[in-house]
Design a protein around this ligand. Structure first.
Ligand SMILES: NC(=O)c1ccc[n+]([C@@H]2O[C@H](COP(=O)([O-])OP(=O)(O)OC[C@H]3O[C@@H](n4cnc5c(N)ncnc54)[C@H](OP(=O)(O)O)[C@@H]3O)[C@@H](O)[C@H]2O)c1
Length: 250
């Protein structure tokens, strides 16, 4: 199998959750490989800072503000993207949150926010991106940032977060089926990382017992896997990639 990013040079990628962590690392690597990236986030100023930092690279980064838990904002932002940039070739559904809220004492608003962001946001972005891909006759690519918690649950309470990631596992399969019914060759991959050092745990000061001793990856490790799946030839579809830090017990 010949691995190459050449086919994506100058093409348009939309990355959600581009302002920090894994999303920011994915954006950096795509721009380094010559891709025209539209980075979405609420903290759009962080994406703009990243765009300045990457201004000497082969590709480009454009920042647009969106709250991915708001359906209308997603529809509007994809309309803007199509008007400004034309076709969308790659979508990375990366935005996600992990909120502190147990199942026993949980806050239903936090549960709702988790599903609106991690699940429905990804569904709507996928619908809008694929509609543009089909309109412009593009053999595109959708990458869903899943989690090892979307496949098995360790004996630690992550409240509704694993349920939201199990939904991503199911949605990736359903999307694969629906795409198979089209004449287009749009590919879909779920990437499922274990522990990665990002802001996701800091937002609500979420800690795990013994977390500071656990093996952990850096965002660039996961961005490398995105580049790997995008580099595969058009006739190959990596459907699921589970990536853990060496020595993990989770
Ligand atoms: N870190 C890990 O150990 C780990 C492991 C497995 C999977 N993941 C997954 O990796 C993905 C990225 O997370 P991360 O670890 O890199 O965390 P992070 O550093 O907290 O980044 C989360 C990103 O999502 C964006 N986001 C959150 N809510 C949003 C909203 N309502 N609208 C728009 N953007 C929103 C944030 O942007 P703004 O706040 O600027 O809007 C930020 O860019 C998530 O899907 C997460 O579930 C992480």
């Amino acid at each position: 199998m010949v691995l190459s990013m050449d086919k994506w040079v100058g093409k348009v990628a939309v990355v959600t959750g581009a302002s920090s962590g894994i999303g920011a690392a994915i954006v950096e690597e795509l721009v380094e490989h010559g891709v025209k990236v539209i980075g979405l986030a609420r903290r759009v100023e962080l994406v703009e800072e990243l765009a300045n930092k990457l201004s000497n690279q082969k590709g480009e980064l454009h920042a647009l503000k969106v709250d991915i838990s708001n359906t209308q904002e997603i529809v509007n932002v994809f309309k803007t993207i199509e008007e400004k940039f034309g076709a969308v070739h790659i979508l990375v559904n990366n935005a996600g949150i992990l909120l502190k809220s147990s199942l026993l004492d949980g806050d239903v608003e936090k549960w709702r926010k988790t599903f609106d962001t991690n699940v429905l946001g990804a569904c709507t972005a996928t619908k809008e991106a694929i509609s543009i891909m089909r309109k412009h006759d593009v053999d595109g690519y959708v990458i869903n940032m899943n989690s090892t918690l979307g496949h098995k649950i360790p004996p630690i309470s992550f409240n509704v977060y694993p349920a939201s990631k199990f939904a991503i596992t199911a949605l990736t399969e359903t999307l694969k089926f629906e795409l198979g019914t089209l004449n287009k060759k749009i590919r879909v991959t779920s990437i499922s990382p274990g522990l990665v050092e990002t802001e996701i745990f800091k937002t609500e000061n979420f800690t795990l017992p013994g977390m500071s001793e656990m093996p952990i990856m850096v965002p660039r490790d996961i961005a490398d896997t995105v580049i790997f799946v995008l580099s595969t030839p058009q006739h190959v579809q990596v459907e699921e990639l589970i990536v853990n830090p060496t020595g993990t017990m989770m």
